[in-house]
Ligand binder design. Structure first.
Ligand code: ZN
Length: 188
């Protein structure tokens, strides 16, 4: 067997392995416990171990943020956006204090993405009911969002026994804005 062939074969296996992990992570996306379980298994995989080794070599025993020397370096995910198929710059070696700060930043970002996903799901559910599955094909998201907000305003009026005026700009009603913010933040 020549080397080119072997390399091609290895690349193919690696690609398949990456796809396997991405599928597992995607399936577990909305289930925190399941996701943690997939993640723990992933940390044991050769795919991860190779990547980890490359990052540790790059860091050369130092925190990549504050440059202090670390005796027991560990690799931190800056984002989980590409987990299973991370780019090397998604990963960084950090000392303990830098790691703690970075975890807090990343968790904020993850929470923000969860909230966005929730809002998008509600918006798209509304749009599908009103315009059908292919709504995004011939409608601008912004226009649909305006309709969505109007729809929420109607719900809000009903819930609060307020007369619904379809010509009123809902954004002039400050109490409604609070209501909408709750929906936006995943509590409505
Ligand atoms: Zn540091």
């Amino acid at each position: 067997m020549n080397n080119d062939w072997r390399e091609w074969e290895n690349n193919k296996l690696r690609q398949r392995e990456i796809e396997k992990w991405i599928t597992l992570f995607n399936k577990a996306y909305s289930n925190h416990e399941e996701w943690q379980k997939v993640y723990r298994d992933y940390l044991k995989s050769n795919l991860w171990k190779d990547k980890r080794r490359q990052v540790l070599t790059r860091a050369n025993g130092k925190c990549e943020r504050c440059k202090s020397i670390i005796l027991d370096p560990d690799v931190h995910h800056l984002t989980y956006e590409r987990v299973g198929n991370e780019r090397l710059d998604d990963l960084v070696v950090l000392c303990f204090p830098c790691h703690r700060n970075a975890d807090a930043d990343r968790d904020d970002e993850t929470e923000e993405r969860r909230i966005d996903a929730y809002y998008e799901a509600r918006l798209s559910g509304f749009a599908m009911r009103r315009y059908g599955d292919g709504w995004w094909f011939d409608r601008e998201r912004e226009d649909v969002e305006i309709e969505f907000i109007k729809y929420l305003y109607k719900l809000y009026c009903k819930e609060h026994d307020i007369h619904f005026d379809p010509y009123l700009d809902p954004e002039t009603d400050l109490d409604f804005i609070d209501y909408w913010k709750n929906v936006r933040n995943g509590y409505g």
